[in-house]
Design a protein around this ligand. Structure first.
Ligand code: ATP
Ligand code: MG
Length: 243
């Protein structure tokens, strides 16, 4: 992508603050994901990245600020309605339902659109991730951590998001798993799905993303195209805490 962001805004986050009790951890973040973009959010542990993502997905309330998606204000919307609007977040830590089969876990991802489950959507996910097809009748608890993460991504994708949010898909897993997930995300992005990724494996993330935000203690410290982010000393500052 040339160094110009697509004009069409998809997700518009404006001055969002998030607090747990009295402790504010997101201090007014504004950021965009535009149509067809792959955006990465980088920052150290505890910077507030997941808290912002949870606010976007309606999983934690915002103290102030607005989130708009395709021009529609999502303030106060329930998580289920946010999913229906087209934003699906794959949570940190490969969370799947351990006592359900792989296939039932995937079907859960179709419930927002169809409360009886939509088996017709399984085929596409099995094409993307043949390892899930091979294990479709296995309990999720019997999968490796990497396979569980792939299942969590499949559970998100089967809901046909317009914006897929991935919160640290690497989560302590083998680098190969992360490459698989990010390659699939890049392919989906090329076919029109927008991606918002939070990732600690900075190099891998920058290889796939177009545009990035650096978050430092609840604020955006910098935003730029990924090649500019790579060149500057900001990344080092954010990760090593130097100035
Ligand atoms: N449910 C919660 N209740 C209270 N404090 C929380 C809660 N969740 C997160 N925090 C705190 O909010 C701050 C930001 O956490 P958050 O998980 O958003 O950071 P993060 O950037 O996603 O970090 P990581 O890279 O470790 O995932 C941290 O100080 C964390 O301890
Ligand atoms: Mg996090």
């Amino acid at each position: 992508m040339a160094n110009q962001r697509p004009c069409a805004p998809l997700l518009e986050v404006r001055d969002v603050r998030v607090a747990y009790g009295k402790a504010e951890v997101v201090h007014g973040i504004s950021m965009d994901v535009r149509a067809g973009e792959f955006v990465v959010m980088l920052g150290r542990n505890g910077a507030g990245k997941s808290s912002l993502l949870h606010a976007i997905s309606g999983l934690v309330p915002m103290r102030t600020g607005t989130v708009r998606f395709e021009g529609r204000d999502l303030g106060g919307a329930r998580p289920r309605d946010i999913v229906k609007a087209g934003i699906i977040q794959v949570l940190e830590g490969h969370r799947v339902f351990h006592t359900l089969s792989v296939e039932d876990n995937l079907l859960i991802g179709t419930y927002a659109a169809n409360s009886r489950g939509d088996r017709g959507k399984l085929g596409r996910i099995y094409e993307l991730f043949p390892e899930l097809a091979e294990r479709r009748h296995q309990m999720a608890s019997r999968l490796s951590g990497g396979q569980q993460q792939i299942l969590a991504v499949g559970q998100g994708l089967i809901g046909d998001p317009k914006l897929l949010i991935l919160d640290e898909p690497s989560g302590g897993l083998a680098p190969m798993v992360v490459d698989r997930i990010l390659d699939v995300a890049s392919d989906l992005c090329r076919s029109g799905m927008a991606i918002l990724l939070v990732e600690q494996l900075v190099e891998k993330a920058l290889r796939h993303a177009h545009y990035g935000y650096l978050v430092e203690t609840g604020r955006v410290a910098a935003e730029a195209f990924v090649d500019e982010l790579r060149e500057g000393d900001l990344l080092q500052r954010v990760y090593l805490g130097g100035h």
